[in-house]
Write a protein that binds this ligand. Sequence first.
Ligand SMILES: NC(=O)c1ccc[n+]([C@@H]2O[C@H](COP(=O)([O-])OP(=O)(O)OC[C@H]3O[C@@H](n4cnc5c(N)ncnc54)[C@H](O)[C@@H]3O)[C@@H](O)[C@H]2O)c1
Length: 372
Amino acid sequence: MFSRILITGGAGFIGSHLSDELLARGYKVRVIDSLLPQVHGASQQRPEYLCDDVELIVGDVRDEELMAKALDGVDAVFHLAAAVGVGQSMYQIANYSDANCLGTATLVELLAKRSVAKLVVASSMSVYGEGLYRSSSGEIHQGVERKLDQLKRREWEVCGQDGERLQPIPTPESKTPSVASVYALSKYYQERLCLATGPAYGIPTIALRFFNVYGARQALSNPYTGVMAIFSSRILNDRAPLVNEDGQQHRDFIYVKDVALACRLALESEDSSGCVFNVGTGTCCTIEKLARDLARYLDHEDLEPEITGRYRIGDIRHCFADISRARGILGFRPRYSLEAGLTEMLDWLAEQTAEDLAHAASHELMKRGLSG
Ligand SMILES: NC(=O)c1ccc[n+]([C@@H]2O[C@H](COP(=O)([O-])OP(=O)(O)OC[C@H]3O[C@@H](n4cnc5c(N)ncnc54)[C@H](O)[C@@H]3O)[C@@H](O)[C@H]2O)c1
């Protein structure tokens, strides 16, 4: 049993739900969060959704002195603080590298001096690049990727060397990572740094690779965050969701409360030290279907998704999780189907106003030649 748990980035979307999950189990929760304006708005106020029982320290994980205070009396750490936009990371390269890599390095250097009983680091499905594929003969393909020329020809699917279209299959943790963005590289760095240094200092350490997380409290006006938030903000502004490529990309959408559950199970598990776990549902949905479902749930069936035929460099075609390892070792069973998750988040969504910045964000990528 742990007494006080620190969540870095705990005022954000996933961290705040994790706080609720931990408080409900009787843990004391402390959060350190810089309240980034892109996520929390210019006022950088303590978010209303953050439970009053959470002790919030406002500051940056790279601030060594403050981090030392944040770690005082703490016996477990969830490291969630990160800059999170895949597209944005491709031009704010120094900022993403600094926040995510130096932030993690600062944390583990302090942990080397004052040990904790558990470290859980938030990693990402983005470390895989493309998911795992199989050809019609049953051969497994990993390390496949789409070249820029192919995207320019609007040929979206992943093919083998003989030109055969490959079928996506669930991606297990054993798939070799293939990072396609600065964000993905920084998440892989965070994960590896924690797994390499934690055990060296006797700290049981676990990395969780979150798939596409959705739910209440996602920063809807942040155009660099997940596709669910971006589509929601379009629809709430009476605009059609903008769907890249042909909309047939597959992703694994996991409800945020299930992610919080997986985090707690990782904290409490006794025989998972040094492990990496996928945190997804093990099912998948196309981006077009998601856009349609969201519009329907928000009473906007009239807003037919706009299939743009555009691509973004660094985007992958298909990736969804194989969650056998988390199921077997952590006893993780996602409780929410996509329908159940959307239904539960609907009340919150319907009350939101959001600034639709999707066009501005895509313009930023276009002018740098990062999409087409
Ligand atoms: N949301 C997803 O779909 C998803 C998928 C894979 C991985 N992840 C990972 O999960 C974690 C949480 O993501 P989220 O979706 O809740 O994002 P979020 O932006 O809502 O939360 C991140 C929080 O970290 C804070 N933060 C950022 N940089 C900081 C710094 N240098 N010091 C202190 N605080 C800082 C932000 O203010 C924010 O509150 C991140 O590590 C992210 O990479 C998220």
